[in-house]
Design a protein around this ligand. Structure first.
Ligand SMILES: Cc1ncc(COP(=O)(O)O)c(C=O)c1O
Length: 381
C-alpha cells in the first residue's frame, strides 16, 4: 500500500475498508458463478488505480479493466499480475506494447486484428481477446452485421482466442428499463450466433454498476462495476439504493482567518459583498486541485461538523468560506470538502448536484496535485 508521508494541508483520504465493504455489497447481488471485473480506469475514478487494484486483488477480485493502454501498462509495471482488459479504443501502433505487457484487448474494430495476429504469431499459448458488440450505446463495438461476418472469416486465427464477449448498456440507470431490455435482446442474439458456430466463449459481460442492481439478467460470467466500488450509484430514486460507503474524502485546513467589514468583498471580481461583519477562512485548495470553480458562492464545506458557505470565486489554489456563524474557528482547523465530519456529510453526489454533473466527474476531477492517503482496511477507516 502506498502511504504518502509528506505533510500536506490538502489531501484525499481513501478508505480501503469502505472499498472492501462496497465489494461485499456488490457481491450480494451476484450468483456465485458471476465474478467482478473491477473498473479501475481514470486512476480508479480518482482514487489511485495502483493501490486500489492491489487492494481489490487482495480481496479476491481477479480481473481489472482500464480505458487506455497507458493505464494498463501503469498497473502491469506496478506489479499487478491479474488479467487487465483495455476497454477503450486501440490503435495499430499500440499493439506491440499491448502484447509486451500481456494486456487483453477489447476488439471493437476488425482493422486491428491483422496487426494483433502478427504481434502474437510467435506465441505458443493462445492470446486472449474480448469482442465488444455495439447494441445501442452508439460508441465502440462491432455491429450486429460485423460479428457474424468476423466469426465466419479467417481473420480471427490462432493464436488469437476469444476469451470474452461484451456489450455496454446506455441506460441502465434510466427510469425506464425498456432500452436496456432491447440492448440485452440484441446481445443475446449475438451470443446465439457464437453458439450456432459451436464456439465457446468463457467470459460474457454487460453490466455496469446500475445494471448489477437493476437487471439480474445481465449477471453473466462477469460484471463490470465502477462507481459502486467507490461508494456511489446513479440509480433513479424508484430503485432501492445499495448500502454503499463513499471511499474518498477530500480534506484541507484553514490557512488564514480574516474579518472583513460590511461591504467588504472577497476574491476576484468581487462577487461576494459582505452584508455584515464577516469572518472569512482561507482554504489552500482551488480549481487546480479539481475543486470546481462553479462551486463559487454555491458550495459548502464542513468545519467543526457544521456547514460553512463558499464566498466569492474559487481561485486556482484557494477558496474562501464564511465562518462567521461558527464558534471560535482556529487557523489549522480541519476542513472537509467531501466526506463526513461529525453528524454532517457532503457526498461527491451532492457536489455533483450543485455542478449539474455526476459524482463520476467530481471524483475523477480531483487533480494529481492532491495526494491520496490510504487508510488500510485493518484500521476500519
Ligand atoms: C465499458 C464500461 N464498463 C463498465 C463501466 C463502469 O460503469 P459504472 O461506473 O457506471 O459502474 C464503464 C464506465 O464508464 C465502462 O465504460
Amino acid at each position: 500500500m502506498t502511504v504518502i508521508s509528506t505533510v500536506v494541508p490538502t489531501y484525499a483520504t481513501i478508505s480501503l475498508a469502505a472499498l472492501a465493504h462496497n465489494v461485499s455489497c456488490i457481491t450480494e447481488y451476484l450468483p456465485p458463478s458471476c465474478k467482478i471485473l473491477a473498473v479501475v480506469k481514470a486512476n480508479a475514478y480518482g482514487h489511485g488505480a495502483i493501490t486500489v487494484a492491489h487492494a481489490l486483488a487482495k480481496q479476491g477480485v481477479e480481473r481489472f479493466a482500464v480505458a487506455s493502454l497507458a493505464e494498463g501498462i501503469e498497473l502491469r509495471q506496478a506489479g499487478l499480475n491479474a488479467p487487465i482488459l483495455i476497454l477503450g479504443a486501440l490503435f495499430e501502433e499500440q499493439i506491440p506494447d499491448l502484447v509486451a505487457h500481456r494486456l487483453t484487448p477489447v476488439v471493437s474494430d476488425v482493422r486491428i486484428l491483422p496487426a494483433l495476429t502478427k504481434a502474437v504469431c510467435a506465441h505458443q499459448a493462445p492470446y486472449q481477446i474480448h469482442l465488444k458488440i455495439e447494441t445501442g450505446m452508439g460508441r465502440l463495438g462491432l455491429s450486429t452485421e460485423e460479428l457474424p461476418a468476423l466469426l465466419d472469416s479467417q481473420i480471427l486465427r490462432s493464436p488469437l482466442q476469444i476469451e470474452g464477449i461484451m456489450t455496454h448498456l446506455a441506460d441502465a440507470d434510466g427510469e425506464d428499463g425498456t432500452f436496456t431490455e432491447r440492448q440485452l435482446g440484441v446481445f443475446h442474439a449475438m451470443l446465439e450466433q457464437i453458439c450456432l458456430r459451436g464456439l465457446t466463449v468463457p467470459l460474457v459481460h454487460a453490466a455496469n454498476s446500475a445494471a448489477i442492481v437493476r437487471f439480474p439478467t445481465t449477471h453473466f460470467s462477469l460484471v463490470r462495476p465502477g462507481i459502486m466500488l467507490y461508494g456511489y450509484h446513479s440509480l433513479p430514486s424508484s430503485v432501492p439504493a445499495p448500502a454503499l460507503r463513499p471511499v474518498l474524502s477530500l480534506q484541507t485546513r484553514i490557512a488564514k482567518l480574516r474579518t472583513i467589514p460590511q461591504g467588504g468583498t472577497v476574491s476576484y471580481n468581487r462577487t461576494f459583498v459582505a452584508k455584515r461583519l464577516t469572518k472569512i477562512a482561507v482554504l489552500p485548495i482551488g480549481y487546480a486541485d479539481g475543486y470546481n470553480r462553479l462551486l463559487s458562492n454555491r458550495g459548502t464545506v464542513l468545519i467543526q461538523g457544521k456547514r460553512a458557505p463558499i464566498v466569492g470565486l474559487v481561485c486556482m489554489d484557494m477558496t474562501m468560506v464564511d465562518v462567521t456563524d461558527l464558534a471560535s474557528v482556529q487557523i489549522d482547523e480541519a476542513v472537509t470538502l467531501i466526506g463526513q465530519q461529525g453528524a454532517e456529510s457532503i457526498g461527491a453526489d451532492e457536489v455533483a448536484g450543485l455542478l449539474g454533473t455526476i459524482p463520476y466527474e467530481v471524483l475523477c476531477g480531483i487533480s494529481s496535485r492532491v495526494p491520496r492517503l490510504y487508510e488500510s482496511a485493518a484500521h476500519g477507516g
